[in-house]
Design a protein around this ligand. Structure first.
Ligand code: SAH
Length: 220
């Protein structure tokens, strides 16, 4: 299959992913399911792993980092409950796949990545796809993006020991944050909702993410 095209076989693989891995496991939000139909995941995986682009597991994208399993991207997106008008902060741009999904579902995505090489690659790809509502920044995302705060939603796509205080401070009133919290080997997918200075917490089950490295994450 031609890697940059999005013809019949890719669409079929993607539809099967949506039906079996997402709808079949309880993802119900119709806008979220449509975003997964619309974003060609195979454009985000390295050329030597193309055949696995729609499979039910994470994939290496280089520099020790991964593009998350489709179900995990969908679950975190659904937990954010996006209506369309939100400004969303993402920590951990990685391949840019999660950012592309978010871009279909909200007003503006602000995405921070600590590795310049990954950020630049994602920026080029999203530009080529015509997704104009994503802003990129290279730096330590545990500190958020103070100049653009507050955010209606915050999604952290790497696992840390605790939710960074800077991110809680940059969450808007009534806003939601989702992040894997735990040790290096396993985390709990935590969702917070802000009400004044208190945060209502929910858990969405176990997960395994690469480490969140930064001032309010793990040391390098
Ligand atoms: N959302 C990505 C998956 C990211 S994997 C996707 O859809 O492909 C986690 C990413 O978080 C890695 O690229 C890693 O370099 C990045 N990361 C880790 N700690 C970070 C920090 N403090 N700030 C910004 N990015 C960070």
């Amino acid at each position: 299959m031609e890697p940059l095209a999005d013809g019949g076989a890719w669409r079929e693989a993607r539809e099967a992913m949506v039906e079996q891995q997402l709808r079949g496991r309880g993802i119900r939000d119709g806008r979220v399911l449509q975003a997964f139909r619309d974003v060609p995941r195979h454009l985000f995986v390295p050329s030597d792993r193309l055949a696995e682009a729609y499979e039910d597991h994470p994939l290496d994208i280089g520099r020790g980092q991964t593009i998350s399993q489709p179900f995990m991207v969908a679950l975190m997106t659904e937990v954010l409950s996006l209506r369309g008008g939100e400004r969303v902060l993402e920590v951990g741009t990685g391949s840019g796949y999660q950012a592309a999904i978010l871009a279909k579902l909200c007003a503006t995505v602000y995405t921070v990545e600590r590795l310049a090489e990954l950020s630049e690659r994602a920026q080029a790809l999203l530009g080529r796809m015509g997704l104009g509502n994503v802003r990129f920044r290279v730096g330590d995302g545990t500190l958020g993006w103070p100049e653009e705060a507050p955010f209606d939603r915050i999604i952290v796509t790497a696992g840390g020991p605790d939710v960074p205080a800077s991110l809680k401070a940059q969450l808007a009133e009534g806003g939601r944050l989702v992040m894997p919290v735990g040790d290096r080997y396993g985390q709990d997918l935590v969702a917070l909702e802000r009400h004044g200075e208190s945060f209502k917490q929910e858990s969405h089950g176990g997960c395994v993410f690469v480490r969140l490295i930064g001032k309010e994450g793990w040391p390098e």
